[in-house]
Design a protein around this ligand. Structure first.
Ligand SMILES: [Zn+2]
Length: 300
């Protein structure tokens, strides 16, 4: 069974109990058969009673729960609440703060934040599908006070970002990725090229000299940025990202901005596949190994 659609009623009816969610995770986890984490044996017994969603290796007798070895490992507040949070984060177009989630599900703000960071970790792009064709790249800042200043800002409170958008032939936005950077040097700007841009892409940037470094390797056309005249597509996405971030009533530290950029891109890049976005994200969370609190705090 694969949950599709955007109906909250259908979602509520499908996932009535923690057990329903456990079974769903089990289906995803062992969709291509069982493989024991300890001995690699490929046969398992389905346990009875309360543990019907668990498997037991027929060789070493090790029992495995659907959530172990995934990002749902040790979710103490129940899988049903976790599923609802994943559903909200994958389908909502508004920014959700850990305070809102904490109030809604009766958990602490810290617990909510911690779980939401795990979801954002699963939203991180694999980088396996670099952007091809028409690509626009631009650098900008988020956070701090907006003074209506355009272009590169050197305000220390603002977080510097480099973003890239892939366009269709008729200039529709296909995908967007962004990464935090320390400064506007060629070395830093290059990170988005390495992570997300195909060597054959037709790249457009503004006239900033930082992009010169990449011109040996990439097909880059630099043009002076004129508001309203060019780069409208990437500027629109950047404006949307900024207002989405502003709507999250939580301070976002420099260390964690990457997690929020993952979240923004994940939803934007799947906006035409909204029907399956929840199921896809559950799949990613099942495939992602567990992370502990200390490690997550350092993730960026
Ligand atoms: Zn085994």
């Amino acid at each position: 069974m694969e949950f599709t659609g955007l109906s909250l009623i259908k979602f509520t009816e499908t996932f009535k109990t923690d057990e329903d969610c456990k079974k769903y995770l089990g289906q995803r986890k062992w969709s291509e058969g069982f493989k024991c984490k300890k001995c690699n044996h490929e046969k398992a017994t389905v346990l009875k009673g309360k543990r019907t969603a668990h498997r037991m290796c027929t060789l070493c007798k090790r029992e495995e729960s659907p959530s172990s070895g995934t990002l749902f490992h040790r979710v103490r507040f129940g899988l049903r609440k976790a599923f609802f949070i994943v559903y909200e984060m994958s389908t909502s177009s508004k920014g959700l703060s850990s305070i809102q989630i904490a109030n809604r599900y009766g958990i602490s703000q810290k617990t909510a934040w911690y779980f939401m960071q795990k979801v954002r970790l699963a939203m991180e792009s694999s980088g396996n599908h670099p952007m091809k064709g028409k690509v626009q790249v631009d650098e900008f800042t988020v956070g701090g006070k907006e003074k209506g200043k355009k272009g590169r800002s050197y305000d220390a409170k603002k977080k510097k970002i480099v973003g890239a958008v892939e366009l269709t032939d008729d200039n529709k936005i296909k995908r967007f990725y962004a990464l935090p950077i320390d400064n506007y040097s060629g070395k830093e700007l290059e990170t988005i090229f390495k992570a997300h841009i195909d060597i054959g892409a037709k790249v457009e940037t503004d006239g900033w000299k930082g992009y010169n470094k990449m011109k040996k390797k990439y097909d880059i056309k630099s043009t002076k940025s004129l508001p309203g005249i060019n780069f409208n597509e990437i500027h629109t996405v950047i404006q949307n990202l900024k207002s989405w971030l502003r709507a999250i009533p939580t301070h976002i530290s420099k260390e964690h901005i990457k997690a929020y950029l993952n979240e923004f891109s994940y939803r934007l890049n799947r906006s035409i596949h909204k029907e399956t976005i929840f199921d896809g994200l559950i799949g990613r969370m099942v495939e992602h190994p567990p992370v502990n609190y200390g490690k997550l705090k350092l993730c960026n």
